[in-house]
Design a protein around this ligand. Structure first.
Ligand SMILES: CC(C)(COP(=O)(O)OP(=O)(O)OC[C@H]1O[C@@H](n2cnc3c(N)ncnc32)[C@H](O)[C@@H]1OP(=O)(O)O)[C@@H](O)C(=O)NCCC(=O)NCCS
Length: 331
């Protein structure tokens, strides 16, 4: 029987656009208040892509840093996986565009649609090509320009999200390190609670869909909230059960940065100290597929992670989807 190889993250890169939009800026656009947004979500500000920036630009900037930090040349990359729900185009994929721009001439490329769970889905999907021995180096990216699919007249959604990108280079790591286990799931019964109704093959864009604003993201916030407060701790519990790792053996949890109240509720349910959850949603809001990677990159930069630490990553998002994994940090 063939044995599977251990894979792990060899380096991370992150990128956020320069432009900051504060809650006070939002007060000038929709009927909202800094106090409401902070109390209900924990978000203070978010980044907004420049007019000439699209998802592949953010992804490229993050990818270059991930290649640098892992000492990897673009030509060594065998596969590029980009998790996004805001690609530059329906086709070509962001991953194929990056293959050209990075000069990763030998890489296969595909995009992955798991919304805010995309980074964790991507780690598992991309990493398994290393586990089986098919590829040696895989670049996984979560990148979004959410500001382009938000309805800036809808206060229910536009205050929550931001733009950003995070990239990880995956490769083989020494025995006992890297990804220990993961748990991926979906609840398609809730496919209508986060949806962009028009612009796809069911309801192609017409003058009417534009007038109805139905090519923007629509959300049933309370239903997402109810799902998230169960799915986030549930996915962590499940991956701990699968891997036989106790919660007290975790050094950090890196959660999807959707809402502070969802994270606090997960901390309580799991009985895991709130201060061991990596947080940056106050500065970036919900950056969807980029969010977990962005928080992980920041934790690394701040020296919060050292070799041998057990780290759990957990996300949830449209679909609805959820995903968690546990890694023993490899460097
Ligand atoms: C969005 C969210 C914070 C709203 O909180 P909520 O408790 O569900 O609030 P409601 O939508 O019931 O609205 C409560 C009140 O606040 C108002 N409100 C909604 N958005 C507002 C805003 N941006 N500013 C000010 N008031 C707002 C509502 O109109 C409502 O007013 P009313 O009581 O006069 O009718 C919450 O539902 C949430 O976080 N859901 C999960 C969203 C998420 O994470 N999505 C991404 C998943 S990856």
């Amino acid at each position: 029987m063939k044995t599977l190889k251990n894979f792990g993250i060899l380096g991370i890169g992150t990128y956020v656009p320069e432009k900051i939009m504060t809650n006070s800026d939002l007060e000038k656009i929709v009927d909202t208040s800094d106090a409401w947004i902070q109390k209900m979500t924990g978000i203070k500000e978010r980044r907004i892509a420049a007019e000439n920036e699209a998802t592949s630009d953010l992804a490229y900037n993050a990818a270059v840093k991930a290649l640098e930090s892992s000492n990897t040349k673009a030509e060594e990359i065998d596969l590029i996986v980009v998790a996004t729900l805001t690609p530059d185009y329906f086709t070509p994929s962001v991953s194929a565009m990056l293959q050209k721009r990075l000069g990763a001439h030998h890489a296969a490329a595909f995009d992955l649609g798991a919304a805010c769970s995309g980074f964790v889905y991507g780690l598992e999907a991309g990493g398994n090509f290393i586990a089986t021995g098919m590829y040696k180096k895989v670049l996984v990216i979560g990148a979004e320009v959410f500001s382009r699919i938000l309805d800036w007249e809808d206060r229910n959604t536009c205050v929550l999200f931001g733009d950003g990108a995070a990239a990880a280079v995956l490769g083989e790591v020494e025995e006992g390190y890297g990804l220990i286990g993961s748990h991926l799931g979906a609840d398609g019964d809730l496919d209508d609670v986060l949806i962009i109704p028009a612009g796809g093959s069911r309801t192609p864009a017409t003058h009417e869909t534009i007038d109805n604003r139905s090519h923007y993201l629509k959300m049933k916030g309370q239903e997402v909230f109810k799902f998230a407060v169960k799915a986030m701790p549930g996915a962590v519990e499940k991956v701990l059960e699968n891997t036989g790792i106790g919660i007290d053996e975790l050094e950090l949890i890196v959660p999807h940065q959707a809402n502070m109240r969802i994270i606090s509720s997960a901390a309580k349910k799991l009985g895991f100290p709130a201060e061991k959850f990596v947080l940056n949603l106050d500065r970036y809001g919900n950056t969807s597929a980029a969010s977990v990677g962005l928080a992980l990159g920041e934790a690394l930069e701040k020296g919060m992670i050292k070799k041998g630490d057990n780290i759990a990553l957990v996300g949830f998002g449209a679909g609805l989807t959820y995903a968690s994994c546990v890694m023993k940090w490899a460097y």
